[in-house]
Design a protein around this ligand. Structure first.
Ligand SMILES: *Cc1c(COP(=O)(O)O)cnc(C)c1O
Length: 232
């Protein structure tokens, strides 16, 4: 397991890189939010990051988050949790209760389910719409050509709290093109937030206007087997 010291050091170096990338593109560093992606890591590791001052975390699996986060949140009420992985409709109600931000709104049936559950539960996590900028078959997200209609439908017809867009560029392509496309779709729809950039490319994403970067490995090191052993 990674040491507390390493996590604190990694966090400060990621933050220094964020500051530098923001400065280089004439942006305020405070406009870039760091989502520490804690998937696969156990509560002890996450607590170390919290103790080092990190407040916003990302998880990609609802079940894993449900096992880890109620206790962490009770102990750290200011921690904010983002869902960054695919959401199945039958877990939508749970996600509305558990997460502060849902970054992976990507299809009409899920949008309808989220709107209904938010009304019933009386909790309205901000949503990002995931755009499949690379139009990859196996990847979730709305196709760029359908984005304007889908965004409009979520906001106007369903009254969902849509704040921005999210993308995961294809692994083998220049991410800058995808970040630029995401920004273009957000701008023409009047959406302020862009969730883009991971450990390998968050500096580029910041140059293209990212307001949220999702960084896992550069903070916590390689994925852990904590969750596998818990769920086995
Ligand atoms: C795992 C994950 C990340 C973090 O990836 P790293 O390369 O470890 O920084 C970011 N976004 C999503 C959607 C992820 O699933």
């Amino acid at each position: 397991m990674i040491s507390s010291e390493d996590i604190a050091n990694n966090l400060s170096s990621v933050k220094a890189s964020i500051d530098a990338a923001a400065a280089e593109s004439g942006r305020q560093a405070a406009a870039v939010n760091l989502v520490a992606v804690s998937k696969t890591h156990g509560p002890e590791t996450i607590n170390t990051a919290i103790a080092a001052g990190q407040k916003v975390f990302g998880e990609n699996r609802v079940q894993e988050a449900e096992a880890k986060w109620p206790e962490l949140k009770a102990a750290n009420p200011s921690a904010q949790l983002h869902l960054i992985g695919p959401l199945q409709r039958n877990k939508a109600a749970l996600a509305v209760r558990l997460f502060d931000v849902i970054e992976t709104l990507d299809r009409a049936k899920l949008a309808t389910a989220l709107a209904r559950h938010m009304d019933e539960i009386g909790r309205r996590p901000n949503c990002f719409i995931q755009i499949n900028t690379g139009e990859e078959e196996q990847k979730a997200g709305v196709a760029p050509r359908d984005a304007d209609d889908f965004i409009n439908r979520c906001r106007v017809e369903l009254n969902l709290p849509v704040v921005g867009l999210m993308c995961i560029p294809p692994v083998d392509e220049e991410p800058a093109l995808h970040f630029a496309l995401l920004r273009e779709v957000a701008e023409r729809n009047g959406l302020a937030d862009l969730s883009m950039g991971m450990s390998a490319d968050f500096e580029t994403a910041i140059q293209f206007g990212a307001t949220y970067v999702r960084v896992g490995t550069a903070i916590f090191g390689p994925r852990s087997d904590y969750w596998q052993t818990q769920s086995a």
